[in-house]
Ligand binder design. Structure first.
Ligand code: PRP
Ligand code: URA
Length: 213
């Protein structure tokens, strides 16, 4: 089942995702389990997010005869926003082993909440790929907006944003900046607090993933 509380946003709603999200939010969840859950939720979302991927016919020889099967056509690029987006990559790669992986280095200045860009490397030519931009958290939207703009500047035309938890403020800002880029989320949370953290949220995704706090 899907719900679309805002234009441009698809919330992928499934009992397994809801179950794993509750564990992810839990302050008592260890860094190891947090990492596993991020990957598992990303993998579950992939089923829905890739629903419209093009396929092409391919001849397959079974033990009994020759038949026609299908294979995914076109190039797929996963682009995690560092650091926390890295946690989503392996779960998706398990389902799309041929996906290429780019990286965008971006962090939020703790005072201004503005994104600071420090690294950019993506598969080329960018115009040949379908890009999945990965970040567990869409808070103010600043990081995802800037990352999508960098991808566009590099020539990317086919883009989607995958996040685990989206705040209304981030969805509104991202949609205003990139109206043609669909957003997929596992949860649509209530609001941001005064420090720019998502409520109820799950805290600092990068720190929880890598055990840095
Ligand atoms: C977090 C998160 C997003 C960003 C979201 O990264 O992973 O990239 O904040 O916030 P925004 O929507 O307000 O931009 P952070 O800046 O903590 O960097 P890190 O992953 O390296 O810790
Ligand atoms: N970044 C995070 O990791 N968590 C939030 O709640 C907001 C931004």
């Amino acid at each position: 089942m899907h719900t679309a509380p805002r234009r441009g946003l698809t919330v992928i709603d499934h009992p397994l995702i809801r179950h794993k999200l509750a564990l992810l939010r839990d302050v008592g969840t260890s860094s190891r389990d947090f990492k596993q859950l991020v990957g598992e939720i990303a993998a579950l979302m992939t089923y829905e997010v890739t629903r419209d991927l093009p396929t092409e016919a391919v001849e397959v020889v079974t033990p009994l005869e020759t038949t026609i099967g299908e294979r995914i056509s076109g190039k797929i690029a996963l682009v995690p926003i560092l650091r926390a987006g890295l946690g989503m990559v392996d779960g998706i790669v398990q389902l799309i082993p041929n996906a290429r992986v780019g990286h965008i280095g971006m962090y939020r200045d703790h005072v201004t909440l503005q994104p600071v860009s420090y690294y950019f490397k993506v598969p080329t030519p960018a115009s040949d790929h379908r890009f999945f931009l990965l970040d567990p958290m869409l808070a103010t939207g600043g990081s995802a907006i800037a990352a999508a703009a960098e991808l566009r500047l590099a020539g990317a035309k086919d883009l989607a944003l995958l996040c685990l938890v989206a705040a209304p403020e981030g969805v509104a800002a991202f949609t205003a900046a990139h109206a043609d880029i669909p957003i997929y989320a596992a949860a649509y949370d209530r609001e941001l607090n005064s420090l720019g953290y998502i409520l109820p949220g799950l805290g600092d995704a990068g720190d929880r993933l890598f055990g840095t706090k």
